[in-house]
Design a protein around this ligand. Sequence first.
Ligand SMILES: C[S@@+](CC[C@H](N)C(=O)[O-])C[C@H]1O[C@@H](n2cnc3c(N)ncnc32)[C@H](O)[C@@H]1O
Length: 219
Amino acid sequence: MQRTLEPELMEDEAQCLVYAKADFEEENQGFVDRFREYYPDLTEGHVLDLGCGPADIPIRFVRSLPGCRVTGVDASPAMIRLAEEAVRKAGLADRIMLRCERVQTLVLPEPADAAISNSLLHHLPNPLQFWHGLRKLLRPGASVLVMDLLRPESPEEAQAIVDCYAADEPAVLRRDFYHSLLAAFTEDEVAAQLAELNLSRLLIDVPDDRHWVVGGRLL
Ligand SMILES: C[S@@+](CC[C@H](N)C(=O)[O-])C[C@H]1O[C@@H](n2cnc3c(N)ncnc32)[C@H](O)[C@@H]1O
């Protein structure tokens, strides 16, 4: 099945609210736990979360790693408003900064020590800009953990995944999940993107039937 793009940003207020209210605890905490497992020596520093959405992952991240501060980046004003509210409620505004910007044009005063990103890449028309951006935004040796959906073989398979994992979720979330699966990349496509940009230290893994994960340190 060919990739079908979905809108790059999640800008609709209602769509963002449903996403922010959904229970992603297992996936998001699992992502943070995986980072700690991959990089047990990283206990402090500046971490970028690219496409941070409502900031559930940055909040879990700094709670888990109290020596780190996170800059969350999302170009959707509606999503950043929800992220700001969540960070304020969590009392973590001194350790989580939020920026409403596109990751492709982000500029930092200093390169960051690590980058995390969950479920962003499938939104981007040109994924190479994302991988290229990592080089620009991170210091040499920086830790990277990127996770996203795997594109299934067919629309029927995508629908079966939605029915299996999101049966009881609101219709908006089920619709977005389906379209995200159609817009996602295959394992071979992600491996080819890394090879094209010479990111040979970053390795791809497929931990389950609907996700890929890329991890490693930048040269
Ligand atoms: C599916 S959500 C994932 C949110 C969060 N990472 C999570 O796992 O809960 C993807 C987010 O990426 C944002 N996004 C899409 N394209 C972007 C871009 N070019 N620059 C910054 N944010 C972007 C969307 O607005 C949306 O909030």
